[in-house]
Design a protein around this ligand. Structure first.
Ligand code: ZN
Ligand code: ZN
Length: 346
């Protein structure tokens, strides 16, 4: 089968991955599930994996097939699998978990002590078929197209997980700030709108992104390249500040916004990454601010997101590409030229 594989870390996205023929996976364990990929989302994390940014965080053995936002149809199952059968449309939670370690028993899939992460530590879904396991697959409701929903496997669940934490702190009348209305931000914005009665302010320097934010339910939009974000937020909140910031960019300039726009006790959720947090400890003490990281989400949260999608509360803007065009997609995302989410269709 065809697969898009990383042979060497590089900053040159035009030669990021190589399309080659590899063996089709089989369910090697009794809980194994092979999924024929209908769609696999390209993610900023793929660019970061290509650049070698994940090498010191997770074990990686090159060459490796990338792709961690996967959905498709079950092709083959191990002998003990009961949750799905051949032909079922599924979305794949990004990690294969063991189910028996303490984090697994607490439902914290991402903290599993025996985790495997297709696309980061094992072969992923930029291929005709993917090997995952029973604990990762979520059957899709009737009428849900696996190609369209694929990016929710990581982009969606990550946005949802951050927003769910923010929503727990948001009361009606509070204000939430969404930073960046790209692949994740446009999903997070809709989750916020569906799950809270907060006033939502969306920041993005791109006019098209601000228009998208308004379409998707943002109450106010701000251009941080020409407007004073703190002044706008203070104006909108009678100088109280926002209760929650959900930062889908995670650059130095955006992480610096927290203390300027947050009300005392507020949280700045860091979802995107690449930059640093540079704040004096005293600033955090004075305002009781917290920076909170976000890593994907729980299996049950992906089920919840699928339910929101099924209700029509969250729509995903996607563009489809052939697997052969994968390096073009990598380059386009590197230059910010992809609206919503790119989905490869092997
Ligand atoms: Zn991703
Ligand atoms: Zn585990």
């Amino acid at each position: 089968m065809h697969a898009a594989r990383l042979h060497e870390y590089t900053d040159d996205m035009s030669e990021a991955l190589t399309i080659e023929d590899v063996d089709r996976p089989t369910p090697t364990a009794s809980d194994g599930v092979v999924v024929d990929i209908a769609g696999a989302g390209w993610c900023q994390t793929d660019n970061h994996v290509v650049e070698g940014m994940w090498e010191e965080y997770v074990p990686q053995d090159l060459p490796m097939t990338l792709g961690h936002e996967n959905a498709g149809h079950v092709a083959e199952v191990g002998e003990e699998v009961t949750v799905v059968e051949e032909g079922d449309p599924v979305i794949c939670h990004p990690v294969m978990t063991c189910g028996t370690c303490r984090p697994c028993r607490l439902g914290e899939d991402m903290y599993c002590e025996n985790v495997a992460f297709p696309g980061l530590t094992h072969d992923g879904g930029f291929a005709e078929s993917l090997l995952t396991n029973e604990r990762a697959v979520i059957p899709l409701p009737e009428g849900t197209d696996p190609t369209d929903i694929a990016p929710h496997a990581d982009a969606g669940i990550t946005a949802y997980h951050a927003v769910k934490k923010a929503v727990a702190e948001l009361n009606p009348g509070d204000t939430a700030v969404v930073v960046g209305v790209g692949g994740l931000g446009h999903i997070g914005l809709q989750c916020l709108d569906a799950m809270s009665a907060a006033t939502v302010v969306a920041l993005d320097p791109k006019e098209a992104a601000r228009d998208l934010a308004s379409d998707l339910g943002a109450h106010h939009t701000v251009d941080p390249s020409s407007e004073d974000v703190a002044a706008v937020v203070n104006d909108l909140t009678d100088d109280r500040g926002a209760k929650q910031v959900v930062d889908f960019v995670g650059a130095d300039e955006t992480t610096a916004l927290g203390p300027d726009v947050l009300a005392s006790g507020g949280d700045h959720h860091v979802v995107g990454y690449g930059g640093h947090v540079h704040e004096p400890a005293q600033t955090l003490v004075d305002g009781e601010f917290a920076y909170r990281g976000t890593l994907v989400g729980r299996y049950t949260e992906l089920q919840e997101l699928v339910a929101l999608v099924d209700r029509g509360d969250v729509e995903l803007r996607t563009t489809r590409y052939d697997l052969e065009d994968i390096n073009t997609v990598a380059e386009k995302l590197e230059h910010g030229d992809i609206e919503g989410r790119a989905v490869l269709t092997p």
